[in-house]
Design a protein. Sequence first.
Length: 399
Amino acid sequence: MDSTGPQTAKERYQGKALLLFLYAYVMLLPIGTGLAGIIGQISFMNYLAVGIVLTGLFYCARKRVILLNKNIVPTVLYFIYTIISVLWANKIEMNWYVVTNMVNFVLFMVLVSYGMTEKDVKGVEHCIGLSQIIVFWAVLKNISSLFRYRLNITVVSSIGISDFACGLCLIMALCLNMTTLNVKRRWKVLAYLCAILDFSIILMSGSRGAVIMALAMIFTLFLLGNYSNKTKIITLAVIIFSVILFYQFFLPFLPHTVKDRLTLEAVIKSHGSGRFRVWKIAWETFLNSSFMRQLFGNGFNSFMYVIRYGSQGGHQDLMAHNVIVQMLVEGGILGVILLLGMIISQFHLAIKKHDNMMIIALVGLFISALSIDMQVTRIWGFILTFNCIRYHCKNYSKR
């Protein structure tokens, strides 16, 4: 735990440097995978992550601080298990899938151990809000792609559109939660507008998983039940009005390739864009595996080598597009138990803190992970980290 005592000038400098790297990281998070090629072939986000880790490690070393208590143990165990399970994979290799998971864990440990103040957390929230501007810019820059097939986002490099759409879950959680807070009217109006625009972007992406994610987040907003009836009625009225406007004025302008994707018939006919076939093959492979493989899995990053299903519906062989199916094959029964334990733990922290924003964000994250490979994205690692930071920031009210 944190050794008490005043900060030295060097520690204050390191703390400020860490926060600057972190704020930049958060603002660029929605378009992170599209920043490869700015400096070398890897994403610019990795350089920011290195800045966070180095300044954080120096700071924690000088303060002799590491936070490891029962509240974060389930998340730590999940990360450690996925990292060490690479060792018993049939083919061990270091690719972006493995590296992203490792970076997420290192960032988790550094940022949680750093111990943010409420002011620092508020600064991160402001950066999440500013990232909304970057999202709008990226969409406007690529809006013409919508009329060729479906919205396609390219910044420096291309971003998987489903990943981009599902990656809006944290921004949407911030906006949805702000509509219920006791803030000035202009901020509420802005929050409503941003939430509506984000939902429109998700529809333009044609990502069915992202649409379900957004609807689940909105539903969660009402389930939380800590809001006045007036707030609920206003929010519901805005949603209904927005849906009417969407169907009357927005939907007709969408290309049929997007509209057709959002029908139940399209999902059934395409077998979930090949996902249903993949999940069936994965389940059969699990049942036919040895007891040890069923218990411990085939190792992280082994899915494509174990399943060998070829290209299904245009998807990459590397992914199951479902975090539980992927974990069942790669981490076995033990891995699934650790995954579910981590999810329960994350919700427990948010609920215990009465943190509605993070409850909504976690719902969006885990719902989207049932159809998109969110567990190997930066947004996955950051939401898990930010939830723990927000829970523990009360312990660091003064630095």
